[in-house]
Design a protein around this ligand. Sequence first.
Ligand SMILES: Cc1cc2nc3c(=O)[nH]c(=O)nc-3n(C[C@@H](O)[C@H](O)[C@H](O)COP(=O)(O)OP(=O)(O)OC[C@H]3O[C@@H](n4cnc5c(N)ncnc54)[C@H](O)[C@@H]3O)c2cc1C
Length: 291
Amino acid sequence: MKPATFTYCSPSTIEEAVKLLEEYGDTGKIIAGGQSFIPILNMRMSEPECLIDINQINELNGVRVEEGVLKIGALTKQRELEQSDAIKIHVPILSEATPYIGHVQTRNRGTVGGSVAHADPSAELPLCFLALDAEIVIQSIDGTRKISINDFFITYLTTEVMPEEILTEIHVPLSEHTGYAFEEFSRRHGDFALAAVACILSVDEIGKVDKVRLVLGGVDAIPLLAEEAMEYLAGKSITEETIERAVELAVKDADPDEDLHASKEYRVHMAKVLTRKALIKAYNRALGKEV
Ligand SMILES: Cc1cc2nc3c(=O)[nH]c(=O)nc-3n(C[C@@H](O)[C@H](O)[C@H](O)COP(=O)(O)OP(=O)(O)OC[C@H]3O[C@@H](n4cnc5c(N)ncnc54)[C@H](O)[C@@H]3O)c2cc1C
């Protein structure tokens, strides 16, 4: 199928883009990398009156560090994230997770902001940004607002970004001596994950867990922040016993859909296996050990 007819606009500044978004409201849609939206248009699951192509807005591009915060422009390509030295140094979980996103070809087009705004619950970047406790920057003609990623995802493919708004940046607070791990299982390389886990963990001077953020993907309508497991682990040593308990707590609220790729039980089982692996890897990295 081909998309329904639309007007094509290509603003070159954020100001022009938000004016268009305001003008068209519900009937205007942003296109970034098009890797998710073009199929949606072709299947006529969305029939916008105006397609607002943000690819000419240079100010939405790039990665920079400012005052202890890593700022990633929404239009930054996933491939750039994968190859960025700043990301490898400051936020290595993103370097570990990005190669799982589709294929080199899709990562060359697909954008960081597009992945976060699209909000697929199996997508790698939303999981990582939730584990990293990121802030999402959103703009409209009324100005800019920041929202914690903890409050950003509403349900499948639905976020706090309103029709008249554009996601402009993702801010990640930087912290030193932090362990990290990203684990994923899919049937074939490049497929969306059947289950995935992102973990950020730091230890105190005697090796007990100081802070931990643990996020499960593919097991709910949104990336699942495993809060009970996080609370349980804080202040504890990582042992066989604490890991087993944390794994059980992490999947307590998991409620995955069943589809032709996997049953509910299988997804939960994989989430447990991956949570265990991620916790051990992140803990060892926090201790400075090779993994
Ligand atoms: C073969 C294939 C395999 C894939 N595998 C994976 C995978 O394993 N993991 C994964 O995470 N993804 C995967 N994807 C999707 C990924 O490639 C997309 O890049 C991503 O989902 C969307 O990013 P995009 O820039 O292409 O956004 P688009 O497709 O252009 O847009 C997606 C949605 O986000 C909105 N949007 C985009 N940018 C903004 C913005 N700045 N502000 C507000 N709204 C915005 C659009 O309006 C649209 O609703 C795959 C895609 C393909 C084709």
